[in-house]
Design a protein around this ligand. Structure first.
Ligand code: ACO
Length: 471
């Protein structure tokens, strides 16, 4: 027996993955069609050009702590999770309200009341990638010698706001919490992860007094697409080694049943799926593979790095990949289209969309590819296998059932006019970081069970309360 195996504890966990998942979003939204008119841009720019329908946003009643308190409380309650069973809690966010005190430490409020003070984990930040980094930390803990048999919770949450101008319609807000542990219905593939990181200034938040980023929109798109190319190529090379195809075909998009992306806006995601097919095409050409790309032969000498803003290639691959997009990616954009870019939860909102949109029998046994991107930049491509094991099957059933309220809750949101939306953002802008401060937005507009900011005292200490679960 080698050293590695000798050191394994009995009960080394198998099928580590997502056992339960919860998503929350703001109770009000602005309509993107109305916003086009209000902003004086051409009709269709936000709805067709960016592919967005509605954008969720928070009033001054919600901040990053309250969003995370709500999503963790709801995850625990909806799934009857024992507070004592949690041994790690990680938060991924780029919505920073304190340079020292973590959001995770605020979440201890929920566990302290139940006598659990022994929970590892803290916050992780790098733009929209923090949630994925937090998730990888949680998986590592469960697969490590430090694991004590308890479960982990990973929270990804953000309030995505942009200054007035062309980036504003790509905002959003929300939070996702995932319960991570062994024998899960959504299992992380082992040995199949690829990562690409660089130092760039495409989107960053140097002004700690403001909630708004400094963003170079075009550069951020180029960085996103080049990170996707690099991660996907690395992932495919690994997959070709670990799971070689018996027909000698290279790993390609058809090896996935669903492909999820970080979703700044839906149109970029559709282009990204086309981009993966372009990557498959380039790999197939290099390897002399016989895979068929009818009509695309004229691009056989193309270099990926020359194509980020090549409209002809973009269009041809969009058309070629349309069926694949409709099958593997479009259903996963349901929440991104209705809420907007939630930053760190965006990719995991894609996972929730998939679980809502596809029937359990179609999900069982399927493989999901996931691309996570955070400006600055950090990115990874990894995959999840949905269990087809009948003993775990009932867990998949209950996981999916636990999300059945989401569509109804989306429909019950309050529509706010663009004028009012703009005023609310101005109010947030003026009062951000003010102390003492008492928020003024009505609590009655929040969903039942929402934690909200009650008061900030003169020492910047924040006090939260919860809307009762029933009215
Ligand atoms: N009808 C239909 N389509 C239209 C219309 C119209 N009336 N008007 C414009 N469009 C199309 C454009 O042709 C363009 O399509 P294309 O992307 O296929 O070329 C699209 O709508 C967007 O229009 P642009 O003029 O390119 O938009 P603009 O430059 O004003 O802003 C941007 C878009 C850069 C994405 C901006 O919203 C932004 O900076 N957002 C934040 C950064 C971001 O999300 N980056 C992505 C990755 S990083 C991250 O996640 C934060």
């Amino acid at each position: 027996m080698d050293q590695h195996n000798m050191d394994r504890k009995p009960g080394w966990p198998d099928n580590v993955g997502i056992q339960a998942i919860e998503l929350i979003f703001p109770s009000q939204y602005v309509d993107q069609k109305e916003l086009e008119e209000f902003d004086g841009v051409s009709e269709g720019k936000y709805t067709i050009g960016l592919g967005q329908s509605k954008m969720g946003f928070c009033t001054d009643r919600e901040d990053i702590n309250s969003l995370c308190l709500t999503v963790v409380t709801c995850l625990l309650e909806r799934n009857s999770i024992d507070h004592a069973s949690i041994g790690r809690l990680e938060v991924g966010t780029e919505t920073i309200i304190d340079k020292s005190k973590s959001v995770k430490s605020v979440l201890m409020k929920i566990f302290e009341e139940h006598g659990n003070y022994s929970i590892e984990g803290i916050d992780t930040t790098n733009a929209c990638y923090g949630g994925t980094a937090a998730l990888f930390n949680a998986i590592s803990w469960i697969e490590s010698s430090a694991w004590d048999g308890r479960l982990a919770i990973v929270v990804a949450a953000d309030i995505a706001l942009y200054a007035k101008g062309n980036a504003r319609p790509t905002g959003g807000a929300g939070a996702v919490a995932m319960l991570i542990g062994p024998e899960a219905p959504l299992i992380f593939d082992r040995g199949l992860r690829s990562t690409y990181m660089r130092h760039v200034y495409d989107f960053y938040k140097p002004n700690l007094e403001s909630e708004y980023p400094v963003v170079d929109g075009k550069l951020s798109i180029q960085c996103y697409l080049s990170a996707l190319d690099n991660c996907y190529q690395m992932y495919c090379e690994k997959a070709d080694k670990i799971m070689p195809d018996k027909n000698q075909s290279l790993w390609n998009v058809n090896c996935f049943d669903s492909i999820l992306f970080h979703s700044p806006y839906c149109k970029l995601v559709q282009k990204s799926l086309g981009r993966l097919v372009l990557n498959d095409f380039v790999r197939a050409q290099k390897a002399g593979s016989k895979d068929s790309y009818a009509g695309l032969e004229k691009f056989s000498d193309v270099k990926l790095e020359d194509t980020y803003f090549d409209k002809e290639i973009e269009k041809e691959f969009l058309v070629f990949s349309k069926g694949c997009f409709q099958d593997k990616t479009e259903p996963n954009l349901f929440l991104a289209n209705q809420i907007g870019n939630m930053y760190t939860p965006s990719l995991y909102g894609g996972l929730v969309s998939l679980l809502i949109m596809k029937p359990v029998n179609v999900l069982a046994g399927s493989r999901i590819g996931l691309f996570s991107y955070g400006s600055g930049l950090a990115s990874s491509f990894y995959s999840i296998r949905v269990s087809s094991n009948s003993s775990i099957g009932s867990k998949l059933d209950s996981l999916v059932k636990s999300l059945s309220h989401i569509q109804g809750q989306l429909e019950s949101r309050k529509k706010v006019s663009p004028e009012e939306f703009s005023k609310i953002l101005e109010h947030r802008e003026k009062n951000h970081h003010l102390a003492p401060y008492t928020p003024s937005a009505p609590v009655a507009d929040l969903f039942l069970g929402t934690w909200y900011l009650k008061h900030v005292d003169e020492k910047h200490r924040r006090d939260y309360e919860r809307v009762p679960l029933s009215s």
